[in-house]
Design a protein around this ligand. Structure first.
Ligand code: ADP
Ligand code: MG
Length: 218
């Protein structure tokens, strides 16, 4: 088990956004989270990624009980154990692809040379060997998103959490990105939890978790 949550509840004011949500994800699984807009998908992903706190419930990431961790403990765990990919790549525009990729490694206190070597390896794995020294503005949307995936992978996270990662891509680039997720699972047994509206991706996932009005539909 890589990540699990149990009986998670979350409200914003009077709005109950997540109701008794429980989920167990094993290493190497690719899970799709689907459901209508406003169902609570992003809120769940943020809680799984420790970016937001549940009102009640348990969260275990790679053996660590997250509810009992301090803010510092949480940010360190987030940096080492979780890779994020959002709908918009959030790459730093002034930095090259490799510079963007290594930032979480440097934050983790790793040696620059080691992180850079790994970053170049990851960019190659993602088909970006000719884009290593390009800035985001010099790349296509699909390439930018693949750089964001490399950045998410640099610290060998236990799980990659992706929130509509292909939501801003054309169908060709979306298919390529999804293909890469499955290849990364084959090659490095990477675990993914992906919020998506893409039916093809959901159909290929190991499991589909459907959220509706803050509950998992059985
Ligand atoms: P989804 O990603 O499935 O579209 P969200 O998790 O973003 O849904 O949002 C679920 C509900 O929670 C929505 O009604 C949204 O307006 C509300 N919500 C999300 N984040 C906040 C917040 N920080 N403050 C208040 N309401 C929020
Ligand atoms: Mg959302």
């Amino acid at each position: 088990m890589v990540i699990s949550c149990e009986s998670v509840n979350k409200s914003y004011g009077v709005l109950q956004v997540l109701k008794e949500v429980s989920l167990v994800v094993n290493k190497g699984e690719i899970i799709a989270i689907t459901g209508p807009s406003g169902a609570g998908k992003s809120t769940l992903l943020h809680i799984l990624g420790t970016l937001d706190k549940p009102d009640s419930g348990r969260l275990i990431i790679d053996g660590a009980d997250c509810i009992s961790l301090s803010e510092n403990g949480l940010s360190s765990l987030r940096n080492r154990k979780i890779g994020f990919v959002f709908q918009f790549h959030h790459l730093l525009p002034e930095f090259t692809a490799i510079e963007n990729v290594i930032i979480p490694g440097l934050i983790a206190g790793r040696k620059e040379q080691e992180v850079r070597t790994e970053g170049i390896h990851l960019l190659k794995l993602l088909g970006l060997e000719l884009r290593v020294s390009h800035k985001p503005s010099e790349m296509s949307g699909g390439e930018q998103q693949r750089v964001a995936v490399a950045r998410a992978l640099i610290n060998k996270p236990a799980v990659v959490l992706a929130d509509e990662p292909s939501g801003n891509l054309d169908s060709q680039a979306a298919s390529e990105l999804h293909y890469l997720f499955f290849r990364l699972r084959e090659e490095i047994n990477q675990t993914f939890i992906i919020v998506t509206h893409n039916d093809q991706l959901a159909a290929r996932a190991d499991r589909v978790i459907k959220l509706k009005d803050g509950r998992i539909e059985l």
